[in-house]
Every structure is written in C-alpha cells, then in structure tokens.
Design a protein around this ligand. Sequence first.
Ligand SMILES: [Zn+2]
Length: 446
Amino acid sequence: MAGRLRGIRRPGAAGRVLRLAAAVAGLASLPAAGVGPGPLPAAVAGPAAPPAAAAGGAPAAPARLDAAASGVADAGPDIVLRLALSEAVPWRAGLLADPPRLVLDFHDLAFAGIDRPGFVASPRVRAMRSGTLAPGWSRLVLELDGPVAIATAGMARAAAAGGATVEVRLVPVAAAAFAAARAAAPPPPAPGAVLPDPAAVALAPKRRQTGAGPLVVVLDPGHGGIDPGAEHEGLREAALILAFAQELRAALEGKGGVRVVLTREDDRFVPLEARTSIARAAGADLLLSLHADALDQGIATGATAYTLAAEASEAAAARLAERHDRADLLAGVDLSGQGDAIAGILMELARAETAPRSERLARHLVTAIGAAGGRLHPRPRQRANFTVLRAPDIPSVLLEVGFMSSPRDLADLTDPARRARLAAGIVAALGAWAVEDAAEAALLRQ
Ligand SMILES: [Zn+2]
C-alpha cells in the first residue's frame, strides 16, 4: 500500500532537498533523504490505550491530530513537541543521525493540518515531514540543527474524554554524546520486524467492547493440577471451582451474545501469569477469576469480589516491566529495549482506563449476586494484589464465590440449585456491566 510523504520546508533552512510526495510502499523503499532509512532505534514507545473503536474487527477511523493545539517550540535550551490527539494510540519515538532527526511513529494517526503556519515555532527545527510509513503506521520526522537527546517522552490522557497528549522534550547534547547514545541503542530488529504488524495490534484486546460483537468472557477457574487450592472435608477448591466455571459457561452461552473461554478445561496447573496471557490471546473483554476460600478459623461466609489494590498496582507494573514479554502485555507494541521506568509508566496509563471498568464489574457482581439470592460476604467488595488481576488492559475481577470452611457456604457450593442461582447472578452482572461499559465507550467516542 502506497503512502504519501508530506514535507514542510522552513524558510531559510539550509539547502537540503526534501523529497515531497514520495510514494512509498513500505520501509524498504523509503527515500534516503525522506523519513530516513532503516529501522528506528527504539528510544521510547507508547502503549495503546484502548482505542475507542468498534469491536468485532471493523477497522476504526484513524486517530486525529488537533493541529491547532499542537506544535513544536523552544523552551529555553530545550525543544518541546506537543501533539494533541483525539485518542491514545500506540506510538514510539527515536532518533536518527546524519542529519539528527527526531522520529515518531504512530499507529493509525492522521496528520491533517500539521502543515499549518506556526506549527514549527522552533528555529532549530530545519524541516518537518509526515506521512504513511506502512499500512496502519504514520511517521513524523523533525530534522534538527544539531545533536539532541530525548529528555522525556510520554503520552498522557487528556482530561477531556478520550483525548491524549504526546509530549517529547529534546535537550541539546554534544555530538559525541549523541553518537554514544545511538551506539548504545539496541540492535535494529530484523527487516520486516521493525513495526508491529498493524493487524496484530488491531486484533489485540485493547479495543474496548461496544456491544456490537459478542462479549468475550474469560473465566479463570483457580488452581488445578499440582495446586489443589483450598481443601476442606475432602473437597478440593480446584475441582469445585472448575465444575462451577463449566456450569457458568453453559449459563452464559445459553443467554447468547457471549463467547466464553476457560483458562483451563481440566485438572491441570496453569501459571498465574499464563492465565492473563490466555485472556489476552482470546481477546478478552473481561477476565473473571473464580475461587472458593477456606479459613482455618472464623466463620466467614459469602461471596467477595476483589479488584487489584491500587497501592499494589505500581509495584505490579514494575514487576511486569521486568519481564521479557512486555510486548505481549502491551498487545504487540514493540517495547524491546525500553527502559523499565517508561514501560511501567505506560502500563499505568493503560491501567488508568481499565481500573474503573474493573471496579464497575465488581460492583455489578455484588449487586446481581445479591439480587439473585446469593450469599454475600459482609464486606463483599475488597481489593488485593492478585497476580491474575494485573493485566493492565483487561477489566479483571477475582470472585471468591464463598468459603468452603463455612458449612452454609459449602452446602451452597455443593447444591446444584444454589450454584445455578449464583451463576444466574453472575450472568446478570456481566450483562449489566457490558451495557454500561459500552455506553461509556460510546460517550468517550463523541
Ligand atoms: Zn483459590
């Protein structure tokens, strides 16, 4: 697919010939003096916050640049680029040499209006180009009058619904420092692996459900295999909860409009983090982890809906960032070579939108289980640092359906009629949540 590169030439810029309107058919044929040959050394990358886009695979309209609210200007010795976007999109920033260039790639961003007079207010930006880099990816290039380093680069959610702001601050550095920073950059990815496949990004579960397609519900029966979970009077949590998950799946599928995936179908061990990976691979609109507790002491009874503890999420993000599969976590966005601090911030960004959706899900569960005649814990809404709740982009709730150590709860959990009542409550909760969640997504799109 051919793209079009637009160039802006600053009055008085040195006599560099810019290639305008060059048709490109991918990275290999990018003009050498255009957006720059070769892979972009990943300096910083951004996650997609869930684009407010239709579920069900329909291509979304590209995000738009608010050119009037965007621009590049000097700030003392620094150069600051600000871009106001209609929604958060995957992006990354890097530097290229000879001449020094800041390069920004965005997934599905339209640059219309960027050539307005006054957009470039820094005399140190000698030229600016923008255009399609590859299908689904756009590139913005600022050619600079000297070597720089990226001091900060980040995407923040705008207070206004849906919007996002990218800010990149460049500091002048000595040529040697620029060269050293470039040399320290990770080796370029193999040809063809420079950008995440837009199709893969489009298929990622980042897209918020809108009610248009089936709701993808991932049920996570806790424990399994070598990990039996709680045990009480010869009953194992792993077996009890798997049976309930299968009944719940049947109840959900019976209602229609729902696709259900279980993280395990039998008595096998599934690592906790693999459970969120399964949810992501399934394109989960929500993850519901199911457990049944047992206490040695006390008379606790009833169901409890847990969401991730806010105070734990920062540490959780840090742990996630330490791992090698950060690209997996952020749905295909290439974070290889990124600083852990940046990756942590990015995950917090994604989590910022997801957390209230998880809270709503937990609230609906408590309400609907109560309405269906299920037994609730005296404090039915709690927060904890459960690994399985740490997906930054999937609304997740861990439901303790009851306490095996409570004779009343155990009677409920082993009685098919009572279990059906509990399942009916959960089915109602998920339905109510999906409607409210889609309505909010529609509001955010306006
Ligand atoms: Zn458990």
